[in-house]
Design a protein around this ligand. Structure first.
Ligand SMILES: N[C@@H](CCC(=O)N[C@@H](CS)C(=O)NCC(=O)O)C(=O)O
Length: 271
């Protein structure tokens, strides 16, 4: 019996829902309201000491860390294999996952909170706003959240995050000009692990960051056509929430255009 503690909009929850669908596995959903701070409740801190989603409960076992949950589900689930037999392709797959876990995930939080829920959180009473920051367990994430809530897209962290995203898109484009999928000839866990982060740009109305990369756009369309996309994203994030995310980011679009001009978001060679 699988229970997923997750959140509809969260990138790492999308990853896990994606692989659950690809592996044809049913689960019981327990959504955690991140904006209301449910991840900081005592009962949840016992499930995840870092106060983050997702967590998969398999019978009585708790499996944490979205990429590791994906690997776990690959071993217990059905469907087509999502880890290549070829050692080099398997290495490519793990390299994309490593990039997401060690760099892009944190940057996605920076971009999201600089734009999306910033105004909502800043409109809260001072002590509620402060709790939303100081309850974050991981110190770097806490400092980044404070900076982007204070300064929005003018925070230095925002620019660094956009630069990292662009660097990833450049590397993706270089690969996707040669193969259909990120690790090579077949779809792997890497595609499901990267998908929510590219999608996050789109959800925040930052499509212009993606458009210089036609291989990435075609890859995104391929993934969107799969049933797993509907099961992981479409079914969970209602249209009005997507519209709201874009609306929240709308007032910053001019500043973002200027930033992209400064950074020079044109197709570059991967380094
Ligand atoms: N490395 C963890 C990261 C988990 C994480 O940061 N989750 C976010 C949502 S994608 C979260 O729960 N944030 C809670 C918060 O912002 O307070 C994983 O991949 O599972």
């Amino acid at each position: 019996m699988l229970t997923l503690f997750h959140n509809a909009v969260s990138t790492c929850s999308q990853k896990v829902r994606w692989i659950l669908s690809e592996k044809h596995m049913d689960f019981t959903s327990r959504e955690i309201d991140l904006l209301a701070g449910e991840q900081h409740a005592d009962w949840y801190a016992e499930i995840h000491p870092d106060h983050v989603v997702p967590v998969l409960r398999h019978d009585e076992r708790l499996i944490r860390e979205s990429s590791l949950i994906m690997m776990y589900l690959e071993q217990i689930g059905g469907g087509d294999p999502l880890v290549p037999d070829d050692p080099l392709e398997a290495h490519h797959m793990r390299s994309w996952i490593h990039l997401i876990d060690h760099k892009i995930h944190a940057e996605a939080a920076v971009v999201t909170f600089a734009l999306g829920p910033r105004n909502l959180i800043n409109a809260q009473p001072a002590e509620v706003r402060e709790a939303a920051i100081s309850n974050i367990v991981e110190p770097t994430a806490r400092a980044q959240r404070r900076s982007v809530l204070d300064f929005g897209v003018a925070a230095p962290e925002f620019r660094m995050a956009v630069e990292r995203f662009i660097k990833m898109l450049v590397a993706m484009e270089s690969q996707l000009q040669r193969t259909q999928w990120l690790a090579g000839s077949t779809m792997t866990i890497a595609d499901g692990a990267v998908l929510p982060y590219v999608l996050r740009l789109e959800h925040l109305g930052l499509d212009t960051i993606i458009t210089p990369y036609p291989g990435v756009s075609a890859w995104l369309s391929r993934l969107k056509q799969r049933q797993s996309f509907a099961n992981a994203v479409g079914q969970w994030i209602p249209e009005d929430v997507l519209a709201f995310m874009k609306e929240m980011a709308a007032s910053d679009q001019d500043a973002i255009r200027q930033l992209l001009d400064e950074i020079g978001n044109t197709k570059k060679e991967a380094s």
